[in-house]
Design a protein around this ligand. Structure first.
Ligand code: SAM
Length: 197
């Protein structure tokens, strides 16, 4: 570990946003999962969350395909696994996160109307069936990216990037990247883990 490399690790960790995360609910295509994790790294998400796809394809989180397409971002954004979506939503809410389900419903609002400077988790759905109704009901808000085309939805990784960069925009304006959001002890612990994996 060179001093330059360690300095870069500290620089990146000093921008990490422990109060911003995503919960991927059965996102089953490895390239989508990888693209989302790469965006998480870019905006400063410290840790992501996922409910693995049905059928026990856990290998997608740690296996070759995921790693090969995430541009090494998976090394810098650990993905914590959960057994199912509603339980995960409640766990994250108990930790103080508002959960925003990307879901079309009676109570959906434009994703830009939400305050992302609050501790926030964006719940993303599977390509085929989206976010389940029960998880969407358990969420604090339902959000949508308005669509005016012939096709009804975006690719999940595109939707994730659109929303996470709005969160980054709001947090930059609020000065949340100006000073470390991680406490001293946590920052040192993460730096050690990144430097000596
Ligand atoms: N048939 C699915 C449905 O009815 O929800 C479509 C799922 S879409 C391909 C996959 C995921 O991308 C969604 O669950 C959501 O997380 C995200 N997504 C796609 N388009 C979106 C939009 N316009 N607004 C918010 N999220 C969107």
């Amino acid at each position: 570990m060179t001093p330059e490399r360690y300095a870069k690790i500290l620089r990146v960790l000093s921008k990490r946003q422990p109060t911003l995360t995503v919960l991927m609910d059965e996102v089953n295509k490895p390239h989508n999962l990888s693209a989302i994790v790469r965006t998480c790294d870019a905006v400063g998400v410290l840790q992501a969350h996922a409910v693995p796809p049905r059928g026990g394809r856990l290998v997608d989180f740690d296996g070759h395909t995921f790693e090969a397409t995430s541009g090494s971002a998976h090394k810098w954004v650990p993905v914590q696994k959960h057994a199912e979506a509603v339980g995960a939503v409640r766990d994250l809410q108990a930790q103080g996160f508002q959960v925003l389900a990307t879901h079309l419903s009676q109570r959906s609002v434009d994703y830009r109307e939400v305050d992302y400077t609050r501790p926030t988790c964006v719940l993303l759905g599977a390509e085929k069936w989206g976010v389940g109704d029960e998880a969407a009901d358990a969420a604090d808000h339902n959000i949508i990216i308005p669509m005016f085309g012939m096709v009804q939805s975006l690719n999940v990784s595109v939707a994730a990037a659109t929303i996470l960069f709005e969160a980054q925009r709001q947090r930059l304006a609020a000065g949340m990247y100006d000073a470390p959001q991680l406490g001293d002890e946590d920052l040192r612990r993460w730096a050690f883990e990144w430097a000596y994996p």
